[in-house]
Design a protein around this ligand. Sequence first.
Ligand code: NAP
Length: 251
Amino acid sequence: MSSFDWKSEVVVVTGASAGIGAALAREVGKRGGTTVVAARRAAALEDVARSTGSPSLAVVADVTRRDQVEALARAAIERFGHVDVWVNNAGRALTRPAIELTDDDVDLMIRDNVKSALYGMQAILPHFRARGRGHLINVSSMLGRVPFASFRAAYSAAKHALCSLTENVRMDLATELPEVKVACVYPGVVYTDFGTNAVGGGPDSRSLPGGQTAEEVATVMADAIASRAGGDVYTRPEALERVLAYYRGLA
Ligand SMILES: NC(=O)c1ccc[n+]([C@@H]2O[C@H](COP(=O)([O-])OP(=O)(O)OC[C@H]3O[C@@H](n4cnc5c(N)ncnc54)[C@H](OP(=O)(O)O)[C@@H]3O)[C@@H](O)[C@H]2O)c1
């Protein structure tokens, strides 16, 4: 395992104009790392880049567009020479029970939560392969492990698909590129604009009990970067036991 020095780390974070992504960019900056922050809202993104306190490049990109994700990877490498960590954090929820879902609902959730991350992994992997190292981090959700919230059925299904895809990438790279780590992060409720941004409305995440702040989640994610964690990263200590208890109950 190679040694870790935040000063030489270049971390790309998608969905970094707000919420968890913005908090992660600030946490990485606070620790001395360089960030490349991406999202669609340019002004908010520039504010986040300035607030990191370390070198940071803002790149406007819609992660549902493969060409824009590829351009993001090129911009990061061109500016800083290399990328160490790529965090597919951008995502979006949709509120509708499974039985009422339309074709468009399902397509939207797969596009925003699965294809977006796939584009990211595929865009940066050639660079990681050439360097023989790197860290892919996909942000899923506890709803991507356990379908606790049936009103978020298509979102939950998409995040399950993202976990599965992430794990398959991890398995495929484990032998060929053991120094390319692949992790999936599972936040529970986080107090961000996520709920109010959900298609179809639904509860404001900030009104739900037992949540975490974006800063708490960012600290766990930055620790995962520093330890080059692969596999599953739960943002709360009790989360894995909740997942296991759910499946034990079904068995
Ligand atoms: N908050 C929670 O309770 C919670 C729980 C579990 C998992 N998560 C996951 O955590 C991740 C971050 O969520 P959050 O809570 O920080 O949500 P948020 O506050 O709604 O922020 C979402 C971020 O993603 C960006 N984004 C959305 N669609 C995009 C697109 N097509 N292209 C580029 N950027 C896009 C948004 O920026 P622009 O609008 O500027 O593009 C924003 O920066 C998501 O993957 C979410 O599913 C959240």
